[in-house]
Design a protein around this ligand. Structure first.
Ligand code: NCD
Ligand code: ZN
Length: 343
């Protein structure tokens, strides 16, 4: 049996929600990853260090006994965020970054930023105190085609932010286009990016394969095949600017299979297996460890993990759903067979 042992990985972009959903999904991540960057887009959003610390406590309570997992907290940036809050975040041991959601860009982003230029004093403070900025890089202009929104964001905002704050560490989250890959490659080491399993495995045809596929709908939306190929090339290149961030985003099955279905793919149950499949197909298994276990930690200036995980090449079937009382979540590739299994 073919096996692969790598340093235990971390997930640098994860949604775990709160309440009952948190209890259902967190054990999946804790089994796979040592640490995860926890996204702050709760309702209401996590905008202060105080809220982040309370949320962290709730997450710690949801870790099954005996499992070793560290949540890394983030703040949700708004046009009301103050420099004082940024300083508090820097002084806190638990807040590792601040997330920029353009208002209306994605799930729970109504409280996001309507005027990005008004945030320049905040970016200046983050640059000065060296607190990383995580960006959901899509414009929200209704007139902009949904498949062009990432490229438009780079042109209209990200280039300028990077130009004005060259020392600010920026993570462009969930890359989906060849243009975004080129942007990240062409900038200096302060710009990095996460890549999800769904954007490595699927192109936009997966949204309409034989009918409308709500479980393939996430934001930024899946793109054309040439973009997927650019993402696979970037992830498997060994370039430390690209690292693992699942963007696993659980929604109740009924809210996905809906006349107005929510955006987000749930992948935490099999994240590493999905990435391994993508790297295996690209004949780049030797590049998985850097992408999954080293480059994110290095960029966030955290120590690399020291224990290991082992995957085995053996087929298994992804469950149709995960259910727990009132929670029902359908994972990515539900009912399908995966070729790698985490032991
Ligand atoms: C995320 C969610 O559901 O919170 N959804 C998604 O489609 N990725 C939000 C996000 O990261 O955009
Ligand atoms: Zn996300």
């Amino acid at each position: 049996m073919k096996t692969l042992t790598i340093t235990r990985p971390d997930d640098w972009h994860l949604h775990v929600r709160n309440g009952a959903v948190l209890k259902t999904v967190l054990p999946h991540t804790a089994k796979q990853f040592a640490r995860a960057i926890i996204m702050p887009n709760l309702k209401p959003p996590v905008t202060t260090v105080e809220q982040a610390l309370a949320y962290r406590e709730e997450i710690l309570q949801a870790i099954p006994p005996g499992m070793d997992f560290k949540p890394l907290m983030t703040l949700y940036l708004t046009n009301s965020t103050t420099v004082e809050e940024i300083k508090k975040a820097v002084e806190s041991d638990y807040v590792h970054a601040v997330k920029l959601y353009p208002a209306g860009a994605t799930t729970n982003s109504d409280a996001g930023v309507a005027n990005i230029n008004a945030l320049y004093p905040i970016f200046a403070a983050m640059e000065k105190y060296d607190l990383p900025l995580q960006v959901h890089g899509e414009v929200t202009n209704e007139a902009c085609d949904i498949f062009d929104r990432e490229r438009a964001f780079i042109e209209s905002h990200l280039s300028a932010i990077h130009h004005n704050f060259p020392a600010l560490r920026i993570i462009m989250e969930h890359l989906t286009t060849a243009e975004a890959v080129e942007f990240v490659q062409s900038t200096h080491a302060n710009i990095a990016a996460t890549i999800t399993p769904q954007h490595l495995l699927f192109n936009r045809n997966a949204l309409f394969a034989g009918g409308l596929r709500p479980h393939h709908y996430c934001l930024p939306i899946l793109k054309r095949e040439h973009h997927r190929l650019a993402l696979v090339a970037a992830a498997t290149s060994g370039n430390p600017k690209f690292f693992l961030g699942t963007d696993s985003a659980p929604h109740q099955t009924a809210l996905k299979e809906n006349a107005c279905g929510c955006a987000g793919c749930y992948s935490a149950n099999a994240a590493l297996e999905l990435y391994t499949e993508a790297f295996d197909r690209a004949e780049a298994l030797d590049k998985l460890e850097g992408f999954a276990s080293f480059y994110g930690a290095d960029f966030y200036r955290l120590p690399r993990n020291t224990t290991t995980v082992t995957l085995e090449k053996s087929a298994w079937q992804v469950p149709e759903s995960y259910q727990d009382n009132e929670v029902k979540i359908t994972p990515l590739k539900a009912g399908e067979t995966l070729s790698w299994k985490l032991l």
